[in-house]
Design a protein around this ligand. Structure first.
Ligand code: NDP
Ligand code: KPL
Length: 290
């Protein structure tokens, strides 16, 4: 027997690259998807593997309390994206964003927050979104436990999607990769692979990775502390890529630095730890953004 919990109606805030990809998979799983605010939009998703482009009409939302919400805006816009939305007290939220903590204090106390970590990549601007890579994606809560009833249908439609709860190890891995690669490539305007080839940048990357490990070990003694190698593997796998922060800086946009390196600094402050390389790079990025 199915219930409405098995086929939830999703609302989307942040109908950009990742939000549109998520909407595409949610629809493929048979779930209705509507925009949390604004007029309906027609999107085109293109693929690099020869699949035909897909058109996706995402309608405006009916004005009801939102029970299932995808948040896929860039981290700095989270408060603006959620402002004025009518969220059910037990709303389920899929947070599809880099960095950590961007929804802290913005959700009802009874919200079910499911974090999404993805190594997929989508580029472009409304209305055309280009799926560059469909790799692994993990969803999970902070705590261990089974997936929601609707998850198997979504996993059948979303290539490479797995349930991973607690999600923290996956999030921290991704966070460290972003905290090392993104600000260095943004400030020096280089592709990710240059951090392997340029000795000065490689040394700076190693310092950032080591400081992140010091902090994460202090937060969790079981943290493996192998970030140098893990981050180097990401640099190799994405050597030709423009990181999202480099792209943001190239177009003069606000970056996600506060949710990435800023999160590390806030945790370090609370523990009385200093992370000088992260402190310096956050200041440098802040100085360069609007
Ligand atoms: N793109 C990718 O390959 C990946 C992205 N991510 C993460 O996913 C998140 C979303 O990234 P991505 O989809 O690339 O970003 P985009 O810029 O493509 O989309 C973000 C969307 O945020 C919305 N938004 C809401 N409020 C504002 C505002 N005040 N100013 C500007 N935009 C606003 C806009 O949606 P609307 O038009 O509806 O207002 C915009 O389309 C980020 O945290 C990113 O780091 C993670 C892995 C890969
Ligand atoms: C992993 C990495 C660094 C790939 O470019 C990324 O997630 C980003 O650019 O934000």
């Amino acid at each position: 027997m199915t219930s409405h919990h098995d086929t939830p109606a999703w609302h989307l805030t942040g109908a950009g690259n990742m939000g549109t990809l998520a909407a595409f998979y949610l629809r493929a799983a048979g779930f209705p998807v509507a925009l949390a605010r604004g007029d309906g939009r027609r999107k085109t998703l293109t693929f690099e593997d020869g699949r035909a482009p897909r058109t996706l009409d995402i309608p405006a939302a009916p004005a009801t309390p939102i029970r299932h919400l995808v948040v896929a805006c860039k981290a700095p816009w989270s408060a603006a994206a959620l402002e004025g939305l009518s969220l059910a007290p037990d709303v389920t939220v899929l947070r599809l964003q880099n960095g950590l903590g961007s929804l802290d204090g913005l959700l009802p106390a009874g919200a079910d927050l499911i974090e999404v970590v993805t190594t997929s990549a989508v580029k472009g601007r409304h209305p055309e979104h280009r799926v560059v890579a469909e790799n692994d994606t993990w969803m999970g809560r902070a705590t261990a436990g089974p997936a929601p009833a609707w998850f198997p249908a979504l996993a059948a439609a979303w290539p490479g999607l797995e349930w991973a709860a607690p999600i923290r190890p996956r999030q921290w891995r991704k966070l460290v990769a972003n905290a090392v690669i993104n600000p260095l490539t943004g400030l020096h305007d280089v592709p990710n692979g240059r951090l392997l080839d340029d000795p000065d940048l490689a040394a700076r990357a190693a310092r950032l990775a080591d400081e992140a490990d010091t902090l994460l070990r202090a937060l969790d003694p079981a943290w493996p502390g192998d970030s140098r190698a893990q981050v180097a593997a990401v640099m190799r796998a994405t050597a030709g890529n423009t990181s999202s922060m480099r792209a943001d800086m190239q177009r003069g946009a606000v970056t996600e630095i506060e949710a990435i390196n800023g999160w590390l600094l806030r945790q370090a402050d609370a523990l009385g730890l200093d992370l000088p390389a992260h402190r310096a790079i956050v200041a440098a990025v802040r100085a360069r953004q609007p």
